[in-house]
Design a protein around this ligand. Structure first.
Ligand SMILES: [Zn+2]
Length: 118
């Protein structure tokens, strides 16, 4: 997978964890499962996010932020040539590019960043 995409996926994962931390029901559920959230976990996530964010292009990061605010999940997989964000077809040539990890591509319909699960 393309390195930038890997970083973006990591940022998306961190963002999801942070939003779970903001949700008392999630925290309760997590604790019911026998785990414990500590304030330093949040700090760890925030620091890691800042580190990763500094490693990618600012414009791409801004695009990711916009998508996140609009849709929640900014980066989605493709399956059978279809974007799993909006369920529209992706051009075949793009699917090849994404599959071969040649570049970061966004869906022409919803704008989400696409990745291939091999
Ligand atoms: Zn789409």
């Amino acid at each position: 997978m393309e390195a930038t995409l890997q970083i973006l996926l990591e940022i998306q994962h961190i963002d999801q964890r942070l939003s779970e931390l903001d949700n008392p029901e999630h925290v309760l559920q997590f604790e019911k499962l026998g785990f414990q959230w500590q304030p330093e976990h949040r700090q760890q996530l925030i620091e890691l996010r800042a580190k990763r964010a500094a490693q990618i292009d600012a414009e791409l990061l801004a695009h990711y932020q916009g998508l996140k605010e609009r849709y929640g999940a900014a980066i989605v997989p493709i399956d059978g040539g279809i974007c799993l964000g909006c369920f529209m077809m992706i051009p075949t040539a793009w699917v090849q590019d994404i599959r071969q990890s040649l570049s970061v591509k966004t869906c022409g319909h919803c704008g989400r960043i696409l990745f291939w699960v091999g």
